[in-house]
Design a protein around this ligand. Structure first.
Ligand code: SF4
Length: 379
């Protein structure tokens, strides 16, 4: 088997007891059938450890409050302590690792909903990729035209984000969304061929084209009124269809802020004007964010919807929360930024099904085109 790994994957090590945001709580933990059976057997056999254990109808472990019932006071896992890691369910064995297999290529990374990984994102080190091979004979069904086409596009995007910093970040991000939109059109229209993708990439590789697009969108990006309206509209769509985002403390803070900038546009102009200067000093974080997202999501896999729009939504969410904190506390340190990333990513990256719904809803409500979506990028 061949492996394409983001360098974060090899670097990652769980810090367990000292983790500031354990993955053993705050969201649903799905238990696979085999593990559920094993746990039920242990419970029936009278194992004290499993006496309070049960699952809900969706196959998720019943939490104690917000936490997994097996979580110890010092942040480790009682199942691992007693039986070793082998006894864990697949969710807990794998998290935060992600492995997408296309044919005989296994693409591996780790998720930013884990604070250790969020710190890699904030470290501002350029993401690197590692290629390896072993003797495993595993294969998964794969449409190689789609995989190769999207892989070419991904190489282009990594190069654009990492190597072409002579173009402004907002311009490069517009090009990134535009390319994805055009690929999506080819894909949806049954026109996705390697020739067509390469023709598109040749256009996106043309320096004159890049300069032209970047200078046009720079002008558009200065229109803070369109930006403000796009952000408000995006969250109205998101909150309207999403009960899950309704009651949390963090979301209520966000709602209040959105209501405030709806009534008083000048507050948004002032806050964003000042915050964007801070963001301008951390371009690498935003480049890495999209490289991370594209590495996981760019290739349509098992008929999943494309989630590049949700990557924009997630970053907008993170940036708004960061802006609110920064305004309130007159600073934003790495720990605060990390905790915001973890908290938003935990909420939005948790469920593919939910993301499909959100994705559909924003497409149907004015965010199919890239311009309004791109205006929501508060970087
Ligand atoms: S969130 Fe990450 S560091 Fe924290 S316990 Fe889970 S895997 Fe370990």
């Amino acid at each position: 088997m061949k492996y394409l790994m983001m360098d974060w994957f090899g670097k990652f090590k769980c810090i367990g007891g000292t983790c500031p945001a354990t993955c053993c709580g705050g969201w649903r933990i799905a238990i696979d059938d085999k593990t559920r059976e094993k746990y039920n057997e242990l419970k029936e056999a009278g194992d004290e450890l499993f006496s309070g254990y049960s699952c809900d109808e969706g196959g998720n472990i019943q939490l104690l409050g917000e936490k997994c019932p097996f979580l110890t006071e010092d942040g480790w896992c009682n199942i691992v302590n007693k039986y070793g890691e082998e006894m864990l369910c697949n969710t807990c064995k794998i998290y935060p690792r992600v492995s997408n297999v296309y044919g005989d290529v296994n693409e591996c990374t780790v998720k930013i909903s884990c604070p250790v990984v969020a710190e890699y994102l904030l470290s501002e080190e350029e993401i690197a990729f590692i290629y390896a091979e072993d003797d495993k004979e595993e294969q998964k069904e794969c449409d190689y035209v789609i995989y190769d086409g999207y892989s070419h596009a991904r190489c282009y995007l990594v190069d654009l984000l990492q190597e072409h910093r002579q173009y402004p970040l907002t311009g490069r991000l517009f090009l990134m969304l535009d390319l994805n939109y055009k690929l999506e059109q080819l894909y949806k229209g049954g026109q996705f061929t390697l020739e067509k993708v390469d023709t598109l990439l040749a256009l996106f590789g043309d320096a004159q084209y890049l300069e032209g697009v970047c200078s046009q969108v720079q002008e558009l990006n200065k229109n803070l009124e369109i930006k403000r309206k796009s952000v408000i509209e995006l969250f109205q769509v998101l909150f309207r269809g999403d009960a899950m985002l309704a009651d949390r403390k963090m979301d209520s803070e966000l709602r209040m802020y959105l209501q405030c900038i709806e009534r008083k546009p000048e507050i948004f102009y002032r806050d964003y004007g000042a915050f964007s200067k801070f963001c301008g000093e951390h371009e690498r974080v935003y480049e890495n964010y999209f490289i991370y997202q594209y590495f996981i999501h760019i290739i349509p896999n098992h008929n999943k919807v494309l989630t590049w729009r949700m990557a924009v939504v997630e970053l907008c969410y993170i940036q708004l929360m960061a802006m609110i904190t920064w305004k309130k506390e007159k600073k934003l340190d790495t720990i605060q930024y990390r905790d915001i990333i973890v908290s938003v990513a935990k909420r939005l990256e948790h469920s593919d099904k939910k993301n499909e719904q959100r994705n559909r809803s924003i497409i149907e409500n004015g965010f199919e085109d890239i311009a309004p979506l791109w205006m929501c990028l508060l970087v």
